[in-house]
Design a protein around this ligand. Structure first.
Ligand code: SAM
Ligand code: SF4
Length: 326
């Protein structure tokens, strides 16, 4: 049981760990095309520093860690880091969010390193459209997904940002694709993170309407799925498919938020939609001891705000999703 409880009585037991702010794709809602203003290597937490912070979280009761970014597989030797984190006392679940472009090469090593679950971003099954949304090649992602399946990962979750006028016509196709491959499917609403996210908000699609539309085509059985995340799940009758709806805008879930985010630069972000943060890197590099580090993490948790204000103040968050660790 976690001993990290915030001011609103929410137990914090989950850390999303961004291991890089770089990416080999440029999804238009996440990062601007041509964007290169990344952090410098000397600003990145080293694997030793990351391990110290996650070990401290583990001692305080955090049980789950997700590797994310940017694209986490752009960071060299990621399976080595995964192995170090999965062996830490207290850390029971190590997962990965990836765009899958490099999974063909790394899936097996990640599995052996103790990564238990993988989420893959995939907004379209059409190569031309994939190129338009991300700047990359769909084929690589499909190959990566199949490599993850072959390596024994399951259930693999597909994250699809559902966008009006961009990919809303593929919602049923994605359902069929996930049934065929035994993937779990999650739809996500666009969030106004940074300039790119705000521009994409013009394509915002209320997932309540998507759910209603799916209910006309498929028999949806309301249900729960373990994971402790924000998705609300239904099952498609007669299949193994679970569909999750992540609705930060149409139905926010802040009252059960159980997570914090650590950026590659060592900034602890307390909320995706607020600027509250605590800088850990200066403390680590000044030689803070383990007790001091645990106290600092508790101070950080005390800063966690009650809720995001994406609706009320959509221009508030200036950083992109890839900087925070989406
Ligand atoms: N590169 C990895 C990936 O794409 O899965 C991990 C990092 S990515 C920032 C994590 C998730 O954030 C992805 O599922 C992506 O679709 C989502 N995301 C990025 N920008 C977003 C935005 N403005 N609104 C909603 N979701 C966004
Ligand atoms: Fe890269 Fe993921 Fe952002 Fe797409 S959503 S640009 S894959 S970090």
């Amino acid at each position: 049981m976690t001993t990290l409880i915030d001011r609103f009585q929410r137990p914090i037991e989950y850390v999303r760990l961004s291991v890089t702010d770089q990416c080999d794709l440029r999804c238009h809602y996440c990062m601007p095309r041509g964007f290169k203003d990344f952090s410098e290597p000397e600003e990145w937490l080293s694997f030793d520093e990351i391990e110290r912070v996650i070990a401290a979280f583990g001692r305080l009761g955090v049980r789950r860690v997700r590797l994310t970014g940017g694209e986490p597989l752009v960071r060299k030797h990621l399976p080595d880091l995964a192995g170090r984190l999965s062996r830490l006392p207290g850390i029971e679940d190590l997962s990965l969010s990836t765009n899958a472009t490099r999974l063909t090469k790394h899936a097996q090593a990640l599995r052996e390193a103790g990564v238990s679950r993988i989420n893959v971003s995939l907004d379209t099954l059409k190569p031309e459209r994939f190129k338009a949304i991300t700047g990359g090649k769909l084929e690589k992602v499909i190959d990566g997904l199949m490599a993850a399946k072959a390596a024994g990962f399951g259930p693999i979750k597909i994250n699809m940002v559902a966008m009006r006028g961009v990919n809303e016509d593929e919602i049923e196709d994605m359902v069929r694709f996930c049934i065929a491959h035994d993937f779990t499917l999650r739809f996500i609403e666009t969030m106004p993170m940074g300039e790119t996210g705000r521009e994409a908000s013009g394509q915002y699609l209320d997932l309540q309407t998507v759910k209603a539309r799916l209910a006309r085509r498929f028999e949806l059985i309301p249900g729960m799925m373990p994971g402790g995340g924000p998705a609300r799940y239904v099952q498609v009758a007669g299949t193994n498919l679970r569909i999750g709806f992540i609705t930060p805008i149409s139905q926010h879930f802040c009252e059960t938020c159980n997570r914090v985010r650590l950026s590659v630069e060592g900034t602890l972000y307390l909320c995706l939609g607020q600027e509250d943060k605590l800088e850990l890197r200066p403390l680590l590099r000044a030689g803070i001891d383990d007790t001091g580090l645990e106290q600092a993490l508790r101070r950080g948790i005390d800063l966690k705000p009650e809720k995001h204000e994406f609706r009320e103040q959509p221009t508030k968050v200036v950083r992109f999703m890839s900087m925070t660790g989406g």
